[in-house]
Design a protein around this ligand. Structure first.
Ligand SMILES: [Zn+2]
Length: 263
């Protein structure tokens, strides 16, 4: 089944959908940062109520509007007046921009772009969880696999998508597993295979060319993150590097396609 809608056939509709994508990005960022926070703390991520971290007061719906609540309350808790760190606000705006940019560059509303938006949301959540706890929760990886299975069903090129994805996933997974084992042997430490599992899940979506771009970007970003973690003497977390590498690879494909049309 192939469902696709060219974004700029009617320019007004295209701009409307891009603005909508930004708003969805802020809402989903608000949801996923909260989910990641609860998963890391072992709270119920579906049924739990959001509360102020200082006074513990349960937050009402009016306190939970992404971006707007933060600005309206001037970054303070309505109940105890303590300062709320701007981290969530920053990630809401970032995911809004990433959603709008992904859609605008892709130029078509189709299964590929919808699965990319779902992935970008999950990547934000698991990156935050990894940054806070040093562990990539398996629940996020399972959700990525669900997105892959669902999006494959809507692709016109399902067999090529599946076969290229599986090969890329196995190749990158094998390389990373061997590299991780060697580093573990040299340092005589127990290694965390979370980053390997994450990379394997993401390569399923990219195929050969995309995987090469993602791996190259993730290696450069990975080195930056390792140095940053070491300088702050904190647990090394690689999920943000792998996630940003993936988003770069996904967007790069669309940028290259746009350039080849322009030339
Ligand atoms: Zn409070």
């Amino acid at each position: 089944m192939n469902l696709s809608y060219p974004l700029f056939d009617i320019p007004f509709v295209g701009i409307y959908l891009i603005v909508l994508a930004f708003l969805f990005g802020t809402v989903f960022a608000s949801f996923i940062t909260c989910t990641a926070w609860r998963v890391v703390r072992g709270e119920d991520w579906m049924l739990g109520h959001s509360h102020c971290d200082t006074c513990g007061h349960e937050l009402s719906t009016a306190d939970l509007f992404p971006v707007i609540s933060y600005i309206a309350l001037k970054g303070k808790c309505r109940y105890c007046g303590s300062k709320v760190p701007p981290r969530d606000l920053i990630f809401e705006i970032i995911l809004g921009i990433v959603f709008a940019g992904t859609l605008a560059l892709h130029g078509v509303v189709d299964a590929a772009v919808i699965s990319a938006l779902a992935l970008e949301m999950l990547l934000l959540g698991l990156s935050l969880a990894d940054w806070d706890s040093g562990v990539i929760p398996n629940g996020f990886l399972a959700a990525i696999l669900v997105v892959w299975i669902m999006s494959a069903g809507f692709r016109p090129d399902i067999s090529r998508f599946a076969i290229e994805g599986l090969f890329a996933s196995l190749a990158v997974g094998l390389l990373m597993a061997v590299a991780t084992a060697i580093i573990g042997k040299i340092n005589k430490t127990k290694m965390n295979y979370g980053p390997t599992k994450l990379a394997m899940c993401l390569m399923l979506f990219l195929g050969f060319k995309g995987s090469v771009i993602a791996v190259a970007a993730a290696i450069v970003l990975g080195i930056i993150f390792v140095l940053a973690c070491k300088s702050k003497k904190r647990k090394i977390s690689l999920a943000p590097a792998i996630s940003i590498g993936f988003v770069i690879a996904f967007i790069a494909k669309d940028v290259l396609a746009l350039l080849s049309v322009a030339v």
